[in-house]
Ligand binder design. Sequence first.
Ligand code: ADP
Ligand code: MG
Length: 675
Amino acid sequence: MADLFAPVTALKGVGAARAAQLAQLGIRTLYDLLTDFPRDYEDRTALRAIADLLPEQNACFEAMVVTQPRTSYIRQGLDCTRVTVADQTGRLNLAYFNQRFVAEQLVYGQRYVFYGKKDENGLSMANPVFEAADSVGVLTRRILPVYRLTAGVSNKLLGKLILQAMDACLAALPDVIPAPLQARFRLTDANRAYRQIHNPDSYALLQDARRRLVFEEFFVFSAGLSLLRAQRDTVACQPCQTVDPTPFLQLLPFQMTAAQLRAIGEICRDLAASQPMNRLVQGDVGSGKTLVAAAAAYCVIKSGHQAALMAPTEILAEQHAKTLAPLMAQLGIETACITGQLPAAEKRRAQQRAADGSAQLIIGTHALLSENTTFHDLALVITDEQQRFGVSQRARLTAKGSGVHLLVLSATPIPRTLSLILYGDLDLSVIDERPPGRQEVDTFLVSERLRSRVNAFIRKQVAAHHQVYIVCPAIEQTDDASIKAAEAWADALQKHLFPELRVALLHGRMKDKEQVMADFSAGSADVLVATTVIEVGVDVPNATLIVIENADRFGLSQLHQLRGRVGRGKDQSYCILVSENSSFETKQRLKALCDSNDGFRIAEQDLALRGPGDFFGQRQHGLPEFKVANLSADLETLKQAQQACADCDMAQFVRSESLLARVRALFGADEIALN
Ligand code: ADP
Ligand code: MG
C-alpha cells in the first residue's frame, strides 16, 4: 500500500521527466492525482446501431471489420488508412489519417467498439477511437472524465495514472467525515466517491460522488475555522489599561455616527478583555471605518503597545498615513509608513522605528509581512479592505506579536450569505449608517451617443471647483479600439477635449503613484484618468463625479467600490457608467447599480447575475481555493457541512489526524497547531 503523499514517481512508469510534466499541472504526489478532479465529462454511454448513427453526432457502435485495412499516400506527410466495418444494420467506411498503426490493430473479422461521429454527408467517419468489443470499456461505453492537460500529458495518460494512484492508495485513504455524519447526510463513503468522480458508472452516481466531495471540502474548511477559533480562545493577552478613545474622538472635526460609536464600544470591550480580539468591522464604502480603526489603535497605543494597519495598495497605505499621522502626532503618537517601493534607506529607517518602538502606529502594505519588519511590542493588527487579503495573510501579521488583537475592516462586496463562511471565525460589528449630510450618488448609464453631454458635465463639475475621476479598464491601447486605455485617453482629453483643464494620469505601473494621488487630493489636477488602482479606499472628498468607461467590463461590486470614490463630502455626487454593450444581461446588471446605493444588495445581485465563476474569479475574497465546490451552486451543501461541523465535538477533530492534515493543507500549516 503506497503512502498518500508519496511522490508520483512511486507509480510504475513515472520517471523524472514525466514527474516534471505532471508538476506543470500542480501534481506532485499520489494525493494530488486523486484530487485532480475532472474539469468535465464526455458522455460515451450511448451505443447505437450503424443505421442509427447521425451525422455530426458522437456515439459508440459495435461492429466487425469486414475489409483488410489499406493505407494510401495522399501527399507528402499525409496518408490515410481505410477500412470498412459492419453490423446487422449496415456498413460504414472508416478513415484514419496519419495513423498507419491502425492497420495492424484492426484485425479482419474481429469485433470492436468504436466512438466517433459520421461526417456531414453521412457516408464515412474519420478517426473514431476504438477498443476490442470484449474489453472493459475505457475509451467507449462509459462516461469519460476530461482533465486539464499540459504538454506531454494526454487525457488518456492522466486517466491511467489516476487509476493507478487509486489502486495504490485508495484503501488507505482515511475518511475525514465521521461515519455517523455520513449516515445522517446520506453521503457516499470517500473510497467510492473518489472512484466515481474519476470513473463514473452513471450520472446519478457521479452526482452522489460530487456532493460527497463538496461536503468534504466544506467540512474541512468549517472544521478549520472552528479550530482557529478554539486555538485563539486558549491564547491569553494583557488587557489594555486605557480603553477610552475620547481624547482621540475630540480631535475630530465632526461627531462620530451612532454606528461608529457602537463599533468602537464593542472594540473597547474586546481590548479590555484578557483574550485577544478577533473582530470584523463591516461597513459599506464611505461609512467611516478608518477612524473606527484609528480609535482602536489609539487605545492600544495609550496602553503602551504598538498597532499596525495593513492596506492592500500603496496608494491606500500612504493615504492612511497622511490622514492619521497628524492626528496621532497631536496626541504624542509617532507614525511610520512601510511600503514596498520606499527607497531602501527610508524603508530601513521606518523598519527601525517599528522595531525599537519609537513609532507606535505602523501603517503599510504587504511589506509589513516581510521578515525584515519586526515590532517592539505589537498588540493590535488592523487589516483594511480585508476582502483583498487571504485568511493566512491576516494570520501571518498577528504572528508577529503574542496575544495580538485583530481588527479586520471590510467594505463587504461579499454577499451576506457568504460572509458568514469567510469570516466565520470572527466577531462582527456592522456600521450600517453613513456620516450625516451624505447624499446618495446619482448614477446614470449612458452610451457613446451622449459623449458630448458627458464632457459638458465634466466641465460643469470642474467649473464648480470640484474634481473628477475617469476610470478606464486598460492602461495601454490594445487591438480592441473600443476599450478605453488610460494613457491614450488622458492624452486625448488633455490635448483635444479639455485643453483648459488640468488632466492627470494614474495607473498601477507608474512609480510615483502616491505622489500623483497626493497631488490630486491637494487639488493640483481637475481630472484624474485612472485604472482600477483607485478602486479601494481612496478618499478625496472634493471629487464629485466619477465616469467609468467600458463599465460592462467590470463586476457590479467593483463598480460599487469605484463609485464609492465620490459622495465622500457634503456635495451632491454623480457616477456615469459608459457602455456600448447593449445586451439585455449587461443592461440589467448596470441598471442594478443605478437603482441602488446599497453595497449588500448589489453584492447579492452580482452573485446571482454573474455566477460565482466571475464573482470569485477576481480572487479578491480571501477564500481558500476549493477544488470541487462551487460557492453559489453548492450553498445548500455548505449549510449542511457547517451544521455538521457545529454539531461535532471539537476534541474529535483534534484526534482525527487525517482531518488535521487536510485543515493544515488548506489554511497553511503555520496557522493550525498540532496539539
Ligand atoms: P470607508 O468606510 O469607506 O473606509 P472612510 O473611513 O475612508 O470610509 O471615511 C470616508 C470619509 O468620511 C472620510 O473623509 C472621513 O474623514 C469621513 N468621515 C468618517 N466618519 C465621519 C463622520 N462621523 N462624520 C463625517 N465625516 C466622517
Ligand atoms: Mg476604507
